[in-house]
Design a protein. Structure first.
Length: 483
């Protein structure tokens, strides 16, 4: 891939910068002139979530870059805000929503849909002046973008550990929660030793729920009692109506008898049933009223207790509430031990799937070793294959760390290029660190000239370097000044 040009517009100011396929030096005679801003805007124009610099807010800029890719040919990328980017290629115009469609955009640019590779490719070819020269195999590339060597190796070798990684994440999250609970338990022990009080939780949720349930039940019983009252009243009115009518009936044996409530079949049983049901409902309502009164009294006592606590400080209130939580420290510790064991087993499986019998690991290590020997920072004894995954960076300082990071990054670039069959740009922000001398810088430049002669190189620095042909992009006081 070659970055051919970038046009930056901010309000009334704009500047178009052309780059050549070989070496480009973004140069100024002083720091804080806009060199880093230009490099970041180039990456921003490629769809990355890049933080703005102090002097320029990227979301206020319109950026258009033209790139030449091995798989898609020339692509014109236009980004007018942080939410989306437009790509024009072969007469086709596509809009990509960011960051949701970032992988799709970068698949177009880099020629692979492997997300493990796409997530780590920037960490191979870009060295930020703040984080880049201390990032060896894991960590922050820039902003929220991270690099992980294991993930890159899995992507390049086509090894899928998605299920294991999801399991690892789930266990890690669960373990984190239990560790927090354990910390709370230990804090409980501490405050209980320092404070001789029993924690009270005013207006406990349980009481509030019970009170709400009783109120609902009270309304239901009262509604039923009103219905029963109406039924009993209606039956009595019917009885009075019958008696006032003074109705007579003739029996089969021709006897004439008056109709009364006494000889209406089922009338007395029905009235007795309604009255009995009314009594039961009334008794149930009385019990509900008593329970409501008890809870209200309890809430009143708790309100008085709360009034007592109103003079508490925030930390005293916090301690009291923490003390009210029921935690079994033994069970928590047992669960932590089990989760740690499971997590260790899952991570061993991930490591095995990533590293064992993997030619990518072997080739990458051989390349790092080659450059380490040339730069005078190690050999096959001090840098075995396992060193590729080292997390012990404390032993690396100054120029040694600087050159080690450089060797690792070059190995990443070469491996990615071999697998994807592309050429990556190499973007270096301020390679001349405070603790690295001109001799070591020249060693690094010699490697770039010899082994990366077909790569586009973009360097931002106040210094100049010994390359055969250099396109100097001069920045005076400000990136967009006078353009």
């Amino acid at each position: 891939m070659i970055i051919k040009s970038i046009k930056i517009t901010e309000g009334l100011f704009n500047r178009k910068i052309d780059l050549i396929p070989r070496v480009n030096l973004v140069h100024s005679h002083r720091n804080s002139a806009g060199k880093t801003t230009l490099l970041r805007l180039i990456l921003y124009s490629l769809g990355y979530n890049i933080p703005s610099t102090r002097k320029m807010k990227f979301e206020d800029c319109d950026v258009e870059s033209v790139i030449d890719t091995e798989n898609s040919g020339e692509i014109i990328l236009t980004r007018t805000n942080s939410d989306h980017i437009v790509a024009k290629t072969n007469g086709n115009r596509s809009t990509f929503v960011l960051p949701e469609q970032q992988h799709k955009l970068h698949a177009l640019i880099f020629g692979t849909e492997n997300e493990d590779v796409l997530d780590n490719i920037l960490g191979a070819f870009y060295l930020d002046q703040e984080k880049g020269w201390t990032l060896l195999n894991r960590g922050v590339v820039i902003g929220s973008i991270r690099f992980n060597i294991e993930s890159l190796i899995r992507g390049l070798s086509g090894r899928d550990c998605t299920e294991l990684l999801n399991t690892e994440l789930k266990i890690s999250q669960e373990l984190g929660k239990y560790r927090q609970i354990s910390s709370v338990s230990k804090y409980q022990e501490k405050i209980q030793k320092e404070n001789d009080f029993v924690a009270i939780d005013p207006y406990s949720e349980k009481l509030i729920v019970e009170l709400e349930q009783l109120s609902i039940k009270k309304k239901q019983i009262e509604k039923e009692l009103r219905r029963l009252d109406r039924a009993i009243s209606s039956n009595k009115q019917f009885n009075n109506f019958i008696e006032e009518m003074k109705l007579l009936v003739k029996t089969p044996d021709d006897k004439i008898i008056p109709v009364t409530s006494e000889n209406l079949v089922g009338y007395k049983d029905n009235i007795d049933y309604l009255i009995a049901k009314h009594k039961l409902a009334s008794a149930e309502l009385k019990e509900v009223f008593n329970n409501i009164k008890k809870i209200e009294l309890q809430c009143q006592r708790e309100a008085q207790q709360l009034a007592f606590w109103e003079s508490e400080s925030f930390t005293e209130t916090f301690d009291r509430k923490i003390s009210s939580i029921s935690i079994d420290p033994v069970s928590v510790k047992r669960e932590i031990n089990q989760l740690e064991k499971r997590l260790s087993e899952v991570r061993k499986s991930i490591t095995y799937e990533t590293k064992v019998n993997n030619s990518i690991v072997t080739e990458m290590h051989e390349t790092i070793l080659k450059y380490a020997i040339e730069l005078g920072i190690g050999n096959d004894e001090t840098m075995p294959v396992s060193y590729l995954f080292t997390s012990n960076l404390k032993e690396l300082t100054g120029a040694v760390l600087h050159k080690t990071v450089f060797a690792f990054r070059l190995a990443y670039i070469l491996m990615i290029e071999k697998v994807l069959k592309i050429k990556l740009p190499i973007i270096l922000d301020s390679p001349s660190g405070k603790e690295i001398d001109k001799e070591n810088i020249q060693l690094m430049i010699n490697i770039l000239k010899r082994d990366f002669s077909e790569n586009q190189i973009i360097i931002a620095s106040i210094f100049e370097y010994d390359f055969d042909e250099v396109n100097i992009i001069e920045i005076n006081n400000r990136l967009l000044e006078d353009y």
